[in-house]
Write a protein that binds this ligand. Structure first.
Ligand code: SAM
Length: 325
């Protein structure tokens, strides 16, 4: 088993600091989602995936189990790249099917969290000794150019991570991906679907408070790395479905007026009482909307599979060779 952990780009940290500074100075303040995923955050996310309220991974697993045969047959992928791989649990359905089809040679998990990436790359390497594993540390919004072009690739983007991007960022992401996807290559995406508000909000307001701890960890992570003074007691946790945007808005709200300094960014940020700080969005999708988004990127929604209850979808996306501007 070959396990390489490579860095997709050296300047990702500088770009993150820049985005953080811009996010905190914006009229509607936000902290980039990447702050959620240090070692502790990745462990907390793993715990979230086990919560009864967080139906997403189970539904995605059900769909993949039923459809990976068709995906393997259609794509005949030699390399499986996974963006935001995390613990790569549902990925194993794809790995099993591609290995069973006899085409798979290499797995490339790509994630911003190096600790998580090392653990899951090692576990996959041990479980699938006949393939090589080349892990890449990077930001999928910036570093897609670091992904090796070798072999016929299937690019997986599971767990509805695409929903963490707002429409403008999804547009840029899909457009960049489209320029890198070869004629015979494909993208498989997991997408959480629009459903009633109570279930959507329950998924991010779990009874054990794991999601709150996960979101608050972004402040702790920023405090440590940016020499910042976010005080948890001065913020309340909040996750609300916003139908006008089609996303669950997940973050914190200042309980009182106060200032936070970020030494490393040479920045002081003033919060008013009740002012929100967005940490993450989780967009929810509908088929027509997603088909239009991929078409705009000159891609084609080739297949769309949902679970029996219509909670979640897995989409197979390929290049649109007949696209006319
Ligand atoms: C919602 S979790 C999904 C994890 C896994 N795919 C699953 O389905 O359980 C998002 C994953 O993407 C990673 N991630 C978040 N933002 C990223 C970025 N900008 N670039 C690369 N990885 C990122 C996180 O570290 C985390 O592992």
């Amino acid at each position: 088993m070959a396990l390489d952990v490579l860095r997709a780009a050296d300047d990702s940290r500088a770009a993150l600091y820049d985005a953080t500074s811009r996010g905190l100075r914006a009229a509607a303040k936000e902290l980039p989602t990447v702050w959620l995923y240090d070692e502790r955050g990745s462990r907390l996310y793993h715990e979230i995936t086990q919560l009864p309220e967080y139906y997403l991974p189970v539904r995605e697993g059900e769909i993949l189990r039923a459809r990976v045969g068709a995906i393997a047959e259609r794509t005949k992928a030699q390399t499986l790249v996974e963006l935001g791989a995390g613990d790569a649990k549902n990925t194993r359905f794809l790995l099993d099917a591609l290995e069973g089809a006899g085409t798979l040679e290499c797995f490339v998990p790509f994630d911003v969290s190096e600790a998580m990436l090392r653990g899951s790359a090692q576990a996959i390497g041990d479980a699938y000794p006949q393939i090589s594993v080349r892990a890449l540390v990077g930001d999928f919004e910036r570093d897609l150019g670091g992904i090796p072009p070798d072999g016929r690739r299937l690019i997986a983007f599971l767990g509805s991570t695409i929903g963490n991007l707002d429409p403008a960022r999804r547009r840029r992401f899909l457009a960049t991906l489209a320029t890198r996807l070869g004629q015979e290559e494909a993208l498989v995406v997991g997408l959480d679907l629009v459903k009633d508000a109570a279930r959507l909000e329950a998924a991010y307001n779990d009874s054990r408070g794991v999601t709150e701890a996960f979101v608050r960890n972004a402040l702790a992570n920023a405090n440590r790395e940016l020499d910042a003074t976010f005080d948890q007691r001065r913020f309340a946790y909040e996750a609300r479905w916003e139908p006008e945007h089609g996303w669950v808005n997940i973050g914190l709200r200042a309980r009182q007026a106060h200032s936070v300094s970020l030494g490393r960014l040479a920045l002081t940020v003033a919060f008013e009482e009740g002012e929100p700080l967005r940490v993450e969005i989780s967009s929810k999708f509908q088929r027509e909307q997603f088909a239009a988004e991929v078409a705009r990127a000159q891609l084609r929604l080739e297949s769309w599979w949902t679970d029996a209850g219509g909670d979640f979808a897995v989409a197979l996306v390929t290049r649109d060779e007949h696209h006319v501007e």
